[in-house]
Ligand binder design. Structure first.
Ligand SMILES: Cc1ncc(COP(=O)(O)O)c(C=O)c1O
Length: 397
């Protein structure tokens, strides 16, 4: 139905101005190309481990409540198991009732959290490059993402000296991901503690979005979890997701650890969005925490092998791509050395001409211009097919 002349547009500007995530846009386009070799989406090739699937099958048969709502904050037994897991991983004991929220994955957790934290016109600092959806989520809440450039010439390290000048009275939070999506860079302890010290001095929160800490291949001793510093309990909000570590991306489940003050607000927004994380996914998450994570070593070994493969293939295409070797996660973020610097056009041409899908780097922030992100969590065969085609398209290595 057409709107009457002079009446307000049917679709709110908040939504009209929201761009589809470039990762999903490329994946949607890629799905229309039957033989596309896609490195666009960080969707691991792994199956959810058997003990988790078996526990869910049993609950479907035995638990009369399995199809029912749960209370918004999460199943008490899962919150307790999360508190125990958090203590194992960080040495910090949190109150399962007051500090743990079971989210429908970090994406939903962050969206709810930003709604809790920001007013129109507030600012949230993100790394540049950083995760595409953080940028949109911040804008969708009426706030402004402020970009903190990673130093490509130093393997995508962050420089603490660059941070403080970005903080204003409107800054509410700094979002960090380590190892990083899209660069695979680990943020070291000194940097993280430095960020937290600056944040605490200005009353700003540090939001740690952690999908990838189980996947570190080099320099594991550089990794540090800010949530393990007891003195930062009021400064750090920590979000972990089962999506990657347990190959559970479709289950939509994660958890958030924060102060009671934030959790009280968080649960209201989570309720408004989801009512609850699907009970069946919470049962799956509980099974994940109760079973031996034997799959992790296997996933890591396979991902490390794929990292070796993609780096070798990139090395052989040095005339097209220039890159820093990732230390963790499963992404690499090469600079494109050919063409006119338009990474969006490059990615679209690659798909239409040679049926290879990558994500344009500019979607990850201004520093991503003239880069592309490649996800190497897909089968070796997909990586090889993509590079065979690109080598043919760009001869002369
Ligand atoms: C940095 C980052 N945050 C959040 C997510 C989404 O996680 P979830 O599946 O838990 O919503 C991803 C997925 O790729 C990610 O890379």
């Amino acid at each position: 139905m057409d709107r009457k002349e002079g009446s307000a547009p049917r679709i709110a500007s908040r939504s009209r101005h929201l761009a589809m995530s470039a990762i999903k846009e490329m994946s949607i386009l890629s799905a229309k190309v039957p033989d596309a070799a896609s490195l666009a989406w960080g969707l691991p090739s792994f199956r959810t481990p058997a003990p988790i699937r078996e526990a869910v099958a049993k609950a479907l048969g035995d638990d009369p409540a399995i199809g029912m709502y749960a209370l918004p904050g999460g199943l008490p037994e899962l919150c307790e198991a999360v508190a125990e897991e958090h203590a194992r991983r960080t040495g910090i004991r949190v109150d399962p009732e007051k500090q743990v929220t079971i989210t429908a994955g970090n994406m939903e957790g962050l969206n709810a959290l930003f709604h809790v934290l920001v007013e129109d016109g507030d600012e949230v600092i993100v790394t540049d490059p950083g995760f595409v959806s953080h940028i949109s989520q911040i804008e969708f809440c009426g706030a402004r993402p402020v970009f903190w450039p990673m130093r490509e010439d130093r393997g995508w390290d962050l420089d603490l000296d660059d941070l403080e000048p970005l903080i204003t009275p409107r800054t509410k939070a700094i979002v960090l991901v380590s190892p990083s999506n899209p660069t695979g860079r680990i943020l070291d302890e000194a940097t993280l503690r430095g960020v937290a010290a600056i944040a605490a001095r200005h009353g700003v929160l540090v939001v740690v979005d952690d999908p990838y800490s189980p996947f570190i291949y080099d320099n594991r001793d550089r990794f540090f979890n800010l949530a393990s510093a007891p003195e930062l309990a009021d400064t750090v909000v920590y979000l972990f997701t089962f999506s990657k570590a347990y190959a559970m991306s479709g289950w939509r489940v994660g958890y958030m650890i924060c102060t009671e003050e934030i959790r009280t607000q968080m649960v209201k927004v989570h309720d408004l969005t989801m009512i609850c994380t699907p009970r069946i996914s919470q049962v799956a998450a509980l099974a994940a925490l109760r079973s031996e994570p034997a799959h992790l070593a296997e996933f890591s070994t396979i991902l490390d092998r794929r990292r070796g493969l993609i780096c070798a293939r990139l090395d052989a295409m040095g005339h097209v791509f220039d890159y820093a070797r990732p230390e963790g996660a499963y992404y690499v973020f090469p600079r494109v050395r050919v063409g006119d610097g338009d990474d969006v056009a490059f990615a679209h041409r690659l798909l239409s001409d040679v049926h290879v899908t990558v994500t344009p780097g500019s979607a990850f922030g201004p520093s991503g211009r003239n880069h592309v992100r490649m996800a190497y969590c897909v089968a070796d065969d997909v990586i090889n097919r993509a590079f065979d085609r690109m080598e043919k398209a760009f001869p002369g290595g």
